[in-house]
Ligand binder design. Sequence first.
Ligand code: HEM
Length: 88
Amino acid sequence: AQAGQLTITPRQLAQHDKPNDAWIAIRGKVYNVTHYLPFHPGGQGELMRGIGKDATTLFDEVHAWVNYESLLQKCYLGRLVMIDPETD
Ligand code: HEM
């Protein structure tokens, strides 16, 4: 599978929870934000709070208006799925 066409389970998402391997899910879309981390205006530590998980609520609490889909276009990996027997 290629980037942008992956189906990613919560278990897989949780495996990418380090600053040098950082995935995040917002509204069902999973992004690899490893290279975005140093540029996050709110700081690396703040963004890390949402890493490896569905950060939709966290994201919306701070800045629901931020256009993450545009900002993270090149970081898009695929959809977060709840059950995927083939890859989970
Ligand atoms: C600020 C982007 C995720 C916490 C910002 C700003 C942008 C941004 C553009 C500047 C907003 C402004 O000045 O109006 C993103 C993107 C995210 C993301 C693209 C998705 C990967 C998160 C997460 C948190 C967070 C998960 C965790 C709580 C913050 C904080 C600020 C901030 C605390 C500073 C707000 C302020 O100064 O008022 N972020 N962010 N962000 N972000 Fe994020």
